[in-house]
Design a protein around this ligand. Sequence first.
Ligand SMILES: Cc1ncc(COP(=O)(O)O)c(C=O)c1O
Length: 404
Amino acid sequence: MTTLQIQPAARAMAIEYAIRDVVVPAMALEAQGHSILKLNIGDPIAYPGLPTPQHMVDAYAAAVQHGMNGYSPSYGLPELRTAIATDEQRKGWPATPDDIYVCHGVTEALQIIFAALLEEGDVVLAPGPHYPPYMAYPQMFGARTEEYRLDPNQGWDLDLDDIEARMSDKVRLLVLINPNNPTGNVAGSAQIDALLNIAEKWPNCIVLADEIYDGLDLSGDQVAVASRSTSVPVITMNGVSKVYFAPGWRIGWFGLHDPTGRMTLVRDAMERLLRSRLCASTPAQRGFLAGLEGDRGWMGAYIDKVRKQRDRCVERIRGIDGLEVQSPGGAFYMFIRLTDPKWANNDKEFVLRLLEEEHVLLVHGSGFSSVRGAGHVRLVYLADVNVLDDAFDRIDRFLQRHRG
Ligand SMILES: Cc1ncc(COP(=O)(O)O)c(C=O)c1O
């Protein structure tokens, strides 16, 4: 007899998260005693050599020890909002502490921003390919995500004509992820200015700038979107997860840059939502504060390591028949094109077979965009060079065994 199932909401059942979905078969292999080279998750702590800086850990631990275990104000600890605003001013926009709202990671910031803005029929225009929550969450509010094209042959640059063609009154948020996950492309000031010029023609539209990888810019071209805007409203997001190497703390923030005063009602809506969910983790906010206020000399060595690993991956990919890559300008991802016809239309099968046969775990590109990511795989290049070399030896062997 089948048990009657209580029906969940369709909006939840529509959610897919490719990055974690492929972990299930990997865990099954591990349970059988195999060890897996996991190059799938953008968590620096999962790889050796990139620990959370000690002074930040100490500040977090001290906060717990010294009884700072209560709720914080809903918008964040005042000291932290001030430190974030000061940091953003250095990036070139006039942030005040009141413009900064601390969340449980950028992921919570996204949920609040979408909940505050989106109505039935609205559109979020986001880069294709992109980090999956940009697709998953808007539909929960009756809105939908449309993708604009990143050019796969030009370093995944923004296709500004495509953005322009897709703009309408329905587009409430125009998203820029800079540097981008999964492609690693970095938009410089000329492209950002062009994007802002497009957005300016649509008074209903806010530019949403996800700058969570800004400190991991290897190109030198990255600039804060808000620093370029004198008229378009911009919401900036960032946090402790990537640049400060503490993703498990779940601390992020969003900041409002409202040069022409058009976000007053939106701000009110966001503040209501923030108050209703109490606050982000108090001791973790203390840890982030130590990162912002402390010496940042440690970052240089981290970036050097990431750069070295990127360069090695690009070199290895150039030597493998069946793979191609546009060298990423930032973050820590390679979005690799599968050129062999056997896999070009079959990136998920490639990932699953590679896992099964060679015990290397990547993520299928179609999980980042069914159209623009198809035929690609994403590799996280945070592992040491010798691990990356081992992975590429296995990928090469696999490709040689399975030619189309
Ligand atoms: C572009 C982008 N935004 C946001 C996040 C998540 O940020 P947080 O850990 O602050 O929720 C990620 C995580 O991979 C990401 O790639």
